[in-house]
Every structure is written in C-alpha cells, then in structure tokens.
Design a protein around this ligand. Structure first.
Ligand SMILES: [Zn+2]
Length: 66
C-alpha cells in the first residue's frame, strides 16, 4: 500500500506518553472521510493511533448520498 502523496500527513507528532517527537507514523489507513495513523515511539515503545477527519469530503459524501 503506497499512500505517500497525501498532504495532511502529520509529522513530528509528540508521543502521547513521553512527549518525544515521532518523525512519521509507521502505518496509515485512508477511510472514506478520515485517515488513521499509527505511531510508534522509539524512545519508550509506546504505540498509539490518531485520526484525521476531512470535513470537505464529508460534505461531498452527503451530496452523493442525497
Ligand atoms: Zn514515548
């Protein structure tokens, strides 16, 4: 799975546990109106997920559904 050209990719996200910046997510999944990112901290080994929601895409989905 190659999704390298999304322009909303978060970088340098601070670790949710120790605050160490993480350069990039180890995994990402694109949904219809959102994107999920999995982060793995090199410093403490903590893993967590963040989700980005696209408001514009949600509006488009509403139009299609209507
Ligand atoms: Zn950490």
């Amino acid at each position: 799975m190659a999704a390298m050209n999304f322009n909303c990719s978060p970088v340098d996200n601070p670790c949710a546990q120790c605050g160490q910046p993480i350069e990039r997510p180890i995994w990402s999944e694109r949904g219809s109106d959102r994107m999920s990112f999995v982060w793995s901290c090199q410093a403490c080994g903590y893993q967590f997920t963040t989700i980005a929601i696209f408001p514009s895409r949600r509006a488009e989905d509403r139009k299609v559904a209507a």
